[in-house]
Design a protein around this ligand. Structure first.
Ligand code: MAN
Length: 359
């Protein structure tokens, strides 16, 4: 495993005010990240849950399409609250509700390594859920700089399923929404910073409801970043090991002299077992001219939960990388820890590349 050069807990929920008095902040995690001026712009997923608890009823928050917060009360005896700390399963319908809602918030780290949300110049606007596809929130932003604009994919969660939307900005103040680019269920959409053979490229993660195989990452092409085709399976389908329960792209690829470098994540929960498993990450190198071809893979994982704040939190044992920024000879990796806070760690870029074996 390549050595971490440093690890910092960058931001936690206790440092943030809720967006509504009916909510408390329980997570500030899974940050998108991009170089911005001499520092780093971060888009943080802020996770909030209702403060009030009912007698015999469980609160499930949602936003109306025009952005108003509503709290539904689910009769406790019709709810499985044990299987997953993130969701309730309604017994009578088999359907899920999230226990929380998520929105996004901009932060600026002057050195990429520290953040002080009490400083006005380090905090930017909130991006709140809106429309029919974001009822249960927007999650897990990934930012890719393309020709001077920051393009951001977000996971949109609603009764229609888990889909992925595209936004863009040049100043992290005003955002343009480009709508859904991958329909349900699909998440972990990562855009490449450069075209290949004239096409924009994205990694994505379809989540088939019929389990004919193990989870997979896919790759697609587009002429305009909005309409995607040429879909192909890229990686995954492992019935055993650290990525058997889930596998998805994590950090938007960066172009190196050995190809596109990207971190991916997965969970090792054995089939049929309750809980969410341990989330760890591997590194992958894709050919620069033909990114459908994997040219290198890390031997084992490059990141796993070791620090206290990575092992204990809202969901234990989760490291979930979501941004990577080159700083000198290092690659700074921004990640969600235990679905509760943001961490940043760094690798020597050459060492990380060396950890990828040719395949
Ligand atoms: C899923 C998503 C992420 C979350 C991880 C770990 O992949 O809900 O947002 O961080 O699980 O719980």
């Amino acid at each position: 495993m390549p050595e971490r050069q440093f690890t910092e807990r960058l931001l936690g929920p206790e440092q943030l005010e809720p967006s509504d008095p009916r909510l408390e902040v329980v997570g500030a995690c899974n940050p998108g990240a991009v170089e911005y001026g001499s520092g780093v712009a971060l888009m943080v997923r802020v996770v909030e849950r209702p403060v009030e608890q009912g007698d015999g009823y469980l609160p499930a928050p949602r936003y109306t399409p025009d952005g108003q917060l509503e709290i539904d009360w689910l009769p406790e005896d019709d709810v499985d609250a044990e299987s997953d700390p993130r969701c309730y399963t309604i017994k009578s319908t088999g359907q899920l509700r999230l226990r929380f809602v998520s929105h996004l918030r901009v932060f600026f780290s002057p050195d990429g390594r520290h953040l002080d949300p009490t400083q006005d110049d380090q905090v930017g606007p909130r991006l709140m859920p809106t429309g029919a596809y974001e009822t249960y929130g927007i999650e897990d932003p990934r930012i890719t700089p393309i020709a001077g604009t920051s393009y951001m994919t977000v996971v949109a969660v609603s009764p229609h399923g888990v889909s992925s939307a595209l936004l863009s900005t040049t100043d992290f103040n005003v955002f343009t929404r480009h709508g859904l680019i991958f329909c349900p269920d699909n998440k972990d959409v990562l855009l490449f910073p450069e075209k290949a053979a004239g096409d924009y490229i994205a990694l994505h993660r379809p989540m088939p409801s019929m389990p004919f195989g193990s989870p997979e990452m896919w790759i697609a092409r587009s002429a305009d970043l909005v309409h995607w085709g040429a879909h192909r399976q890229l990686f995954g389908g492992q019935a055993d090991g650290p990525f058997r329960d889930r596998v998805g792209g994590s950090t938007p690829p960066i172009l190196t002299d050995r190809g596109f470098l990207t971190l991916f994540h997965g969970s090792d929960k054995p089939a049929g077992k309750a809980g969410v498993g341990k989330y760890t990450s591997g590194a992958m190198l894709l050919d620069a001219t033909n990114p459908e071809r994997i040219v290198g893979m890390s031997r084992g994982q490059v990141l796993e939960p070791v620090e206290d704040f990575e092992r204990k939190g809202f969901v234990d044992n989760v490291v979930f990388p979501s941004g990577a920024v080159r700083r000198g000879a290092s690659l700074y990796v921004y990640y969600g820890a235990a679905d509760q806070c943001c961490g940043v760690t760094a690798f020597d870029l050459e060492e990380l590349l060396d950890s990828c074996e040719r395949v």
